[in-house]
Design a protein around this ligand. Structure first.
Ligand code: UGA
Length: 433
């Protein structure tokens, strides 16, 4: 199959590389000429395990190419739209201008029968508007519009793309369904279920899934707070709840609050969609508000670990990305935490294996260090914010020897309280005595 991917950002790049790896002929279009030139040299601009190798192999084997102009799009079977849909300033609604702009640009070039697919996360009804634009630009021409949301996680994107829990295809058109079935055939040969639904339903499945996952996290975070007050252990509670198949054990890891480029943005967009339709998603609204408060509240936890105040103290923050195995710092819980610590009078040193360059513009007064131990130099407390693998095996003796006080605030529960006690650290974690 011939596939054109519009957008070489996170979703576009991963999807394009994986489709090429399935054996399809993929052309990935992006307006950023530098990015395109780098990608044609197999230089991948984002940090995602396995992606460089996948791009390199498929470019070398001639199945994947990158271009600025959509030449050849008139011969393609499908066009996937994977451009950004950032939160619009002011009202939190998904900014769809890049999506509509892309559709306007490609519309005159498409051959009859081409299937246009949205992979970007787009609010309910976006497919209807795309269809309207296509009709307006190409009256009487058979061009189908399909929603095919993506469920991949940063840091595990290729695994998620190649082993999805489900593939959602939103269209009522039988031929468009057949085209999508052919594109995903390698996956459902491996037993990935493909579900066909209406386009609006597919658009909403994506938002409902992200909102539900965010709700699960926020729920366990609040239970963690209660655990600290009553002397219970949130990890055992998550395990005890998760063994109930109706609940499931995933996304019950308590922490400093969820972040990233998806959950906060998608929840804002979902809340706005509900308002536009004259209703309210009160659970989702509460989750978003509770999570925002939580991120900054983590600074109070650090202060409490130091006897109530961080004024004049040096705090070493380990981890700036919103989760490990990515260089993405968007909406990372580390940022409000660091800002709150600085507001409370602390000096912050930090180390992150991949996210320091991204953090510098927003957090200019942090001292950026070359390792965990360099960050801990002279620190009154080390705060683990992101559960990078290398923070899971810190050399406690070395750490203690460079710190001013042996205090660890572990916001990801990567260590056990008993081992930290043995290592002679004052240890504070989330939802555990
Ligand atoms: C999320 C979804 O998991 C993907 O299915 C979806 O495709 C993606 O958004 C998207 O919409 O594009 P992602 O943002 O990459 O993926 O990261 P997650 O692994 O979901 O983590 C999100 C945040 O929740 C992180 O800050 C993470 O630390 C936090 N989290 C996650 C917890 O605090 N506890 C958990 O148990 C799980």
């Amino acid at each position: 199959m011939r596939v054109t991917m519009i957008g070489a950002g996170y979703v576009g790049l991963v999807s394009a590389a994986c489709f090429a790896d399935f054996g399809h002929e993929v052309s990935c279009i992006d307006k950023d000429a530098h990015r395109v030139a780098a990608l044609n040299r197999s230089e991948v601009p984002i940090f995602e395990p396995g992606l460089s190798e996948l791009v390199e192999n498929n470019v070398r084997q001639g199945r994947l190419e990158f271009a600025v102009e959509a030449t050849g799009i008139d011969r393609t079977d499908t066009v996937f739209i994977a451009v950004g849909t950032p939160s619009r300033r002011g009202d939190g609604y998904a900014d769809l201008s890049f999506v509509y702009q892309a559709v306007r640009e490609i519309a005159p070039l498409l051959a009859p029968g081409t299937v246009v697919v949205t992979k970007s996360t787009v609010p309910v009804g976006t497919g209807d508007e795309i269809e309207r634009i296509l009709r307006e630009k190409r009256p009487g021409v058979d061009l189908q519009t399909v929603s095919n949301p993506e469920f991949l996680r940063e840091g595990a994107a290729i695994q998620d793309f190649k082993h999805p829990d489900r593939i959602v295809v939103g269209t009522d058109d039988a031929r468009a369904r057949a085209v999508l079935a052919e594109i995903y055939r390698p996956l459902y040969l491996n037993a990935a279920p493909i579900m066909y639904v209406s386009r609006r339903t597919a658009e909403l499945i994506k938002y409902a899934s992200n909102a539900f996952l965010a709700t699960k996290i926020t729920f366990i975070n609040e239970i963690a707070d209660l655990c600290e007050l009553v002397g219970a252990d949130v990890q055992d509670i998550a395990l005890g709840m998760g063994l109930d198949n109706r609940i499931g054990g995933k996304f019950l890891h308590a922490g400093p609050g969820f972040g990233g480029s998806c959950f906060p943005k998608d929840m804002a967009a979902l809340i706005k969609t509900a308002h536009d339709h004259g209703t309210q998603l009160r659970v989702v609204e509460t989750v978003a508000a509770v999570n925002e408060q939580r991120k900054r509240a983590m600074a109070r936890k650090v202060a409490a670990a130091l006897g109530g105040s961080v004024r004049g103290k040096i705090i070493a923050v380990l981890g700036l990305t919103f989760k490990p195995n990515t260089d993405d710092t968007r909406d990372s819980p580390a940022f409000p935490l660091i800002m709150a610590l600085q507001d409370l009078g602390a000096a912050v040193r930090s180390y992150d294996p991949a996210g320091m360059e991204q953090a510098k513009p927003a957090l200019p007064s942090v001292t950026y260090c070359t390792s965990s131990y360099a960050a801990a130099e002279g620190a009154d407390a080390v705060v683990i914010v992101t559960e990078w693998e290398q923070f899971r095996a810190l050399d406690f003796d070395r750490l203690r020897s460079v710190m001013a006080q042996p205090v660890i605030v572990d916001l990801r529960n990567v260590y056990r309280p008993d081992e930290m006690l043995r290592a002679n650290f004052r240890y504070v974690s989330v939802g555990r005595a």
